[in-house]
Design a protein around this ligand. Structure first.
Ligand code: ATP
Ligand code: MG
Length: 573
């Protein structure tokens, strides 16, 4: 492709509203432009990268025996009502009406649509298993779209769904898919790993996220230094010693703690360890008020709490709700003598971390402004509905798998996710098959997604320098950028010839044929980040050579056109 004919609007300066490297560089290198918050135009270079990711995905999915389909983006509400997600999915679901006032949504994910297709077309165990996938536009009305293609509202996803006759068959296929996903990211030139994950709003019973390690990532991951344990911090556990149990104290005492609200303030004032304090956090949910208890030295993990409550949503209670429940200002809540119900809000449920089980002589809020209680004991002074792991893992915690290694906490970008769904959707939508004995059974499902644009963005996060992008060859919009220097007719003739020769040999070339200052062309070439640059200058062509620059290392050498072809072919295959 000739630069002069393309649309590559590079920018010299960092756009003010871009928060992370890939977002900045995608805008600066002219790959994308924002239309509105979270929606982008893909310009020629950007689209080429997207197509490369898609090609790798298709090749690996086809190799794993999956079949490509294409499903509608505008989905009738009835399907989502059948699964129950029309009510549950919340504000991320963009709902629209057609001219006859019928409800539709713009698909954020396609479990319902695919299950509907399969229930109509597949009836027998003989036709299973099947894995159907598509690469299509998704829409999620994200609260905070940001980081460019990383978290858009309209974005391209590969989503696949598998249907099985048994859990064992799903388990087998799940491993195939996880490995295919790892291969996809490896082929994209990314360092990705499979991380045990939460099953979130999609539901299901087992899941892994495919995560590319990057400091700018939004996913937080716990990894063990000694074994292969890697889990999303949202669900990661740690091997924790049970709470230190001392003898129950004789009485609960109220102490005056004026304006002391934080765990640290109260602990140091009363001269107790933070682990002897019961931190009390209050949440509003669709299932009433949740009072979560955890030792003062630990952080509450809201994903674990959400899973424990079975709530569809969970938000921190505001001051008014806290006051209604405790009668005190924020900072003085505790589990002792709480009402079972708050009028106008709902039932009160106490859920405690295991650090609270059997705790005695503890300090906690007195449900009275400026007062705390000491000598508080679990079971005697309050009782939680359950005691489960609710804490966030910390760097240095003991690995729950090997029990020896220390956990490290790292950040990453979730580029894909695989789920074992089970029968959640097949039961709701009655996707059944007849087994060998003619018995009707719900199909067992898996679901598998990859963010196509997010993968491209993650590749930039992992591969860039102060001059711009450094594309891994498999994702690069072109393999070589040919740059003619100076407006000499011999130079442009030679450049045209080499351009034709490279293309004839299947090398993808961007030919910067623009008139203009060499400095500008070189800067654009580094910014766009095509892995190899072939520079046609007057001096070099006199020796029948091309100056060849490797973008990643900056290394330069004089080579012939044939050498370039050989080199790229070797790297690509
Ligand atoms: P996240 O936790 O980042 O919001 P998710 O877990 O909701 O993502 P999935 O439903 O698992 O996302 O979707 C499959 C893949 O689609 C994700 O792994 C991610 O790569 C991509 N993806 C999800 N949301 C977005 C988005 N808003 N913009 C771009 N890609 C996205
Ligand atoms: Mg996910």
């Amino acid at each position: 492709m000739k630069y002069s004919k393309s649309l590559i609007p590079t920018l010299r300066e960092d756009p003010a509203d871009a928060e992370c490297v890939s977002h900045k560089l995608m805008l600066r290198a002219g790959l994308i432009r924002q239309v509105t918050r979270g929606s982008y135009d893909y310009l020629p270079l950007g689209l080429r990268v997207i197509r490369k990711v898609e090609k790798i995905v298709r090749e690996e999915m086809d190799a794993a025996g999956c079949q490509e389909v294409l499903l509608p983006i505008v989905i009738p509400a009835e399907l989502w009502q059948e699964s129950g997600r029309w009510e549950r999915y919340g504000k991320e679901l963009l709902r629209v009406k057609d001219r006859s006032n019928r409800d539709f949504c713009i698909g954020p994910t396609h479990e319902e649509v695919i299950t509907d297709l399969v229930r109509r077309e597949i009836k027998s165990y003989r036709d299973l298993p099947k894995n159907l996938y598509q690469i299509n536009t998704k829409y999620r009305d994200e609260v905070r779209p940001r980081f460019g293609l990383m978290r858009g509202r309209e974005f391209i996803m590969k989503d696949g769904y598998s249907f099985h006759t048994s859990v064992e068959d799903l388990d087998r296929h799940y491993e195939v898919m996880k490995n295919a996903y790892l291969k996809i990211f490896q082929r994209c030139g990314l360092d990705a790993r499979a991380v045990e994950a939460d099953t979130g709003s999609i539901g299901g019973y087992s899941s892994h996220e495919l995560v590319v390690l990057a400091d700018t990532g939004e996913s937080i991951i716990a990894t063990c230094g000694k074994c292969d344990y890697t889990a999303s911090a949202e669900i990661a556990a740690s091997a924790r010693p049970s709470a230190k149990k001392s003898k129950a104290s004789s009485t609960v005492k109220e102490v005056h703690t004026p304006s002391l609200k934080t765990v640290e303030e109260v602990a140091s004032y009363l001269k107790v360890e933070p682990s002897q304090m019961i931190k009390t956090l209050i949440y509003l949910t669709d299932k009433g008020l949740i009072v979560a208890l955890i030792a003062g030295n630990l952080e509450l993990n809201e994903v674990k709490l959400t899973n424990a409550t079975g709530a569809a949503f969970l938000t921190m209670a505001d001051e008014a709700a806290v006051k209604k429940l405790t009668g005190a200002e924020v900072g003085f809540a505790g589990p002792v003598s709480l009402p079972a119900e708050v009028q106008g809000i709902g039932k009160v449920r106490i859920i405690a971390d295991i650090s609270i089980e059997g705790i005695s002589n503890a300090v906690t809020g007195a449900n009275k402004t400026d007062y705390h209680l000491t000598g508080v004991c679990d079971a005697r002074d309050f009782k939680a509905e359950k005691y489960i792991d609710l804490s966030s893992v910390k760097k240095g915690d003991v690995c729950p798998k090997c029990g020896k290694g220390k956990l490290d906490i790292v950040r990453g970008i979730e580029v894909g996710q695989v789920f074992k769904l089970g029968t959640k959707y097949s039961e709701a939508l009655k996707a059944v098959f007849l087994d060998e004995n003619g018995k009707e059974k719900p199909m067992i499902m898996g679901t598998y997604g990859i963010g196509i644009g997010r993968t491209a963005a993650a590749a930039i996060e992992q591969n860039n320098d102060e001059n711009g992008i450094i594309w891994p060859l498999p994702l690069a919009p072109f393999h070589v950028e040919l740059i003619s220097v100076g407006e000499d007719s011999k130079v442009s003739e030679t450049a045209e010839k080499i351009y034709a020769e490279l293309m004839k040999n299947g090398i993808e070339v961007l030919f910067d044929d623009r008139a203009g200052r060499p400095g500008v062309k070189f800067a654009d070439a580094d910014l766009i980040g095509i892995p190899y640059q072939a520079i046609i200058g007057k001096k070099a062509i006199e020796q029948g050579k091309i100056e060849f620059k490797i973008r990643k290392t900056g290394e330069r050498k004089m080579v012939g056109a044939k050498d370039i072809i050989d080199l790229i072919n070797k790297e690509l295959h």
